[in-house]
Design a protein around this ligand. Sequence first.
Ligand SMILES: [Mg+2]
Length: 294
Amino acid sequence: MSDKPIVLIVDDIPSNIKVLANCLKDHYQIKVATGGSDCLRLAVSDPIPDLILLDIEMPDIGGYEVCQTLQSQPNTQDIPIIFVTARDEDSNEEKGLQMGAVDYITKPVRPSIVLARVNTHVTLKRQRDTLKAIALKDQLTDLYNRYYLLEAAEQRMANAIRHEDPMSLLLMDIDHFKQVNDQHGHLIGDDVLKSLALLLTENCRKEDIAARFGGEEFVILLGHCDQVFAAQKAESIRREVEQLNPKGLSITVSIGVAQFSINDETIERLLDRADRALYQAKEQGRNRVIVAEY
Ligand SMILES: [Mg+2]
C-alpha cells in the first residue's frame, strides 16, 4: 500500500481525466469517476479520497449538485473539492466557492498550477485531520479522550436502540494508583498508564472504543455486547493486568460493568451505574469485577 494521498478525478470526458491524472500521478494515488453518481459512490468507499477534482458539466449529476451532496454528509463534508471547468466567467467561480469548494481551476489546465493547488489543499486537509485527531485523543496514552467518548457514546446509544443491539460499558480504575505516583514518581506513574492503555487497545475489537476517562480511570465501550460477555471481557482484562507488571510493579484494576438499558436516557446514567458497580468493587477489596444492576 502506498501512503501517497489520494485524489479523485471526476469528469465525463476521459481525455480530461487523462490530462489531470498526468499532472498528479507522480505524487498522488489517482481514483477516477466518469460522472456525478460515480463520484458520490467513490467518495465514500475505501480508500477515501483526500481531495476531489470535480468537473461541473456532467450529464448525470452536475458538479454543483455533487458538491452540495458531499458537503451535506458528515462522512464526506471534510473532503476538499476543487472545481475544474471550461467556464471561465467570474460568476461561476464565485458560485463554486460559495458552495464550499476550496478552489477553482479553469480548462485548459496548466499542469504546474494543478499540482501546486492540489498540494496546497491536500496539505491543509492533512493538517486539519491531525488537529482533529489531537483534539479527540488523550496525549499521554493515545487512547480517545473523555470528550470523544461522550460524543461517540451518544451516537452508539441511539444505534443500540434503533437496532435493538446490546451495548455495554466497562469503567475501570487502577487500584491504589496514588501510591505508585507517591512511591515511584509521576514518570513511572505515566509509564504504568501507557502500559495499561496498550493492553486495553489490544483487547479492543473494531466496534469497541477505549478511552482515558480521567487520571487513572478508563472506559471501554463494547458494541454488540451484553453484560454476560462484557463481564467475561472485564474479568479477562483484570487477569491480564495482574500479569502486566509494568516497570516491575504489580498493579491491579477494579472494574464496574453496565449494560446499556432503554432506561438509560443519557450516557451519564449508564456511566453512573457503572460507577456504582466500580465503587462496590473497591469496597469489596479491589482487583475485581462487579456487574451493575439495571
Ligand atoms: Mg464535463
